[in-house]
Design a protein around this ligand. Sequence first.
Ligand code: GLP
Length: 262
Amino acid sequence: MAEVIIVSNEDEAGRIYADCAAQLIAAKPNCILGLATGSSPLAAYKALAAKVEADHIDVSQVRGFALDEYAGLDPKHPQSYRSTIDRTVVEPLGLNPELVHVPNGNLDTIATAGREYDAAIEAAGGVDMQILGIGTDGHIGFNEPGSSLASGTRIKTLTEQTRVDNARFFDNDINQVPTHCITQGIGTILKARQLVLLAFGAGKAEAVAATVEGGISSFCPASALQLHPHATVIVDEAAAARLQNRDYYKWAYDNKPAWQGI
Ligand code: GLP
């Protein structure tokens, strides 16, 4: 099962991610970070950026692959995931933008863009550590409920719920939220060597419980994490509220021997 870490706030979660990423970069300077958008990973990126600066970590060779992108949205649009990843990850961490990839949502080439993206990840040697948020409906990347657990990167239609959730980035106007996207598939995500899922707030409690303790089902795409040998789920108390084994997760983490590793 995934390791579940219950933290008191997003900053604590961010520090755990940052320590883990820093260890990875030290061991493998050209490692591949799997990147995600959304508000959940922001504290993690902030903590890593602070650590990179404080510890003078050389990130010049660090590579990145993002999970997803809106279809047909100009990459220069401030809410495109290309712009978002540049603004929230590439710039604060000081990564080389040429080494950080985002799926190509250009409609002229989108039919083949998914296969090419998966091939590029594979050719680069695979993602070392993938950070994930989770949608209120249990989606990861933009794999909406019903997505094949074996899927590769491809076009998806967004659900109305996701478009409502994301309207806050588009002047609170759902009509401005694109209807389609290109997203790494669940099969693609599962190939990463480590998964770190972050979720905060009561709005995520149901999705987190279904992910960690529910049955594995394409209806809760994040439940595919149960199939992964090295998955870590970091949640605050509110997001953990519906977990049945909450006390066990807390005890296991509080009493974790140093030799067990992250
Ligand atoms: C979007 C992204 C997901 C993200 C989700 C949740 O749909 N495609 O990768 O996990 O939003 O976002 P937030 O972390 O802001 O709740």
